[in-house]
Design a protein around this ligand. Sequence first.
Ligand SMILES: [Fe+2]
Length: 167
Amino acid sequence: MSLLYRHTTKPELMTKMSQLAREELTHFQKVTEILLERKIVYSRLSPSRYANKLRSLIAHEEKWQLVDTLIVGAFIEARSCERFAALAPELDGQLQRFYLGLLKSESRHFCDYLELAQKYSSADITDRVQQFRLIEEKLITGPDPDFRFHSGIPESSDIVESFNSRK
Ligand SMILES: [Fe+2]
């Protein structure tokens, strides 16, 4: 949403980002419906280390700021895809269908972000993506104190055990 308002001279970005935001909000609405149905109280979580760290690497110089923001968006969406795919087979029918639907959207979003990043960069973005990839890989494979959708390896063995013994 903030990209929409910040880049008013880039119509393709505005179009794609407004489609994407609308879709994400539809998903949010569906999540709130499922929570209500299942009598689960929504509680706010602190932001993940993953997204915080990636966002902290976004350049401040104008030349790269938008491109980096879009690359980070692409990584977050791609990881979401991976996680929805891993979790879906473990879930009941309703959630499985929902997660597989999310997976499909996220895979589109991740491509949209990357295409836009290349479109608004004056140079090839391959090296830039690679720089983020190296740090992203550390975040996802390293120990993580917080258990979130995009966590690295949970530090607490309690979380791993309770996940493995949940059936
Ligand atoms: Fe998304």
